[in-house]
Design a protein around this ligand. Sequence first.
Ligand SMILES: [Zn+2]
Length: 258
Amino acid sequence: MHGKGLFLLPAMKTDLCPAIIMRVRKLGESDLLVTFFTPHKGRLKGVAKGAMKSRKRFVNALDLFSLVSLEYAPRRQGNLCLLHSGKLLNAYPGLRADYASLSKASYLIELVEILFPPGVTEPELFELLNLSFESLSRGERSDLIPLLFELKAMSMGGYRIDTTTCAKCGRRYQGEGSAVFVREKGGIACLKCAQPSSVSPPLKPASVKAIETLQNKPFQELMAFDPGEDTMKEVKTVLKLHREYRLEQRLRTSKYVE
Ligand SMILES: [Zn+2]
C-alpha cells in the first residue's frame, strides 16, 4: 500500500483552488499545519512539509488571512491533506495595518469556523469573506462589515432572523410600530404577543428594516447603506443575543466588535 515516502507524490492527484488561510501553526522542526477555507470544499487542514526551511514553494502564501491559490493532494492521512505549493493572490495588506482591522478579521474567521464545520461547503460564504476582507483592508465600512458579515453568514448557516411575520401570532409585520426580538424563535414578535425585556429588546421599524436589508441585499449594494447610529445599536444588541443563543457559546473574539 501507500508508504509515507515523498517519492509517491507525483502520482498523487492534486487540486488547485483559491483558499483563504485561516490558521497557521508550527508542526515539528520545519513543517506548518495550515487551516484554509475553500469555495467548494469548505474548511480543510493540510501540512506544508518543510515550509519553515524553504519558503520557495510558498512565497508569502501561508500568511494568516491571505487569499492564495493552493495546490494540494486531498486527504493524505485521515483528514490532513498535503500542501504542494501556493501562490499569493491577495494579502489584504490593510488587515494587518492596525489592531482593530486584524481583530475584526479574526472575528469573521471565528464565525466561519463555528458556523461551518469541516465538510460543510458554501461557495457564497467564501465570496462574502473575500469581499469583507477586501473592504476591511481598504478601510471601507469597517463599522458595517462585521454586522453585515455576521447577519449573512448566520443566514447561510441556517440562522436567518425572520422579520416578515410575528413569530407568535403569525401576523404579517407591516413595517410600522415597534416589534420585539424573540431569541427562542429567531425572529420578531408584535407588542400584543411579547413585551420588551433585557432578553427581548424592542426594535424600531428602521431596525427591523435594517436587519432585513443586511440579510437580503447583495454585498456591493450595502456599501452605501447607512442605517444611522441608533439603528446600528439596536441591530447589534439583537445580533449579540441571537448569536449567543444560537451558537451557545460566546465567541472569543466577539469583544472586538461589541
Ligand atoms: Zn403577534
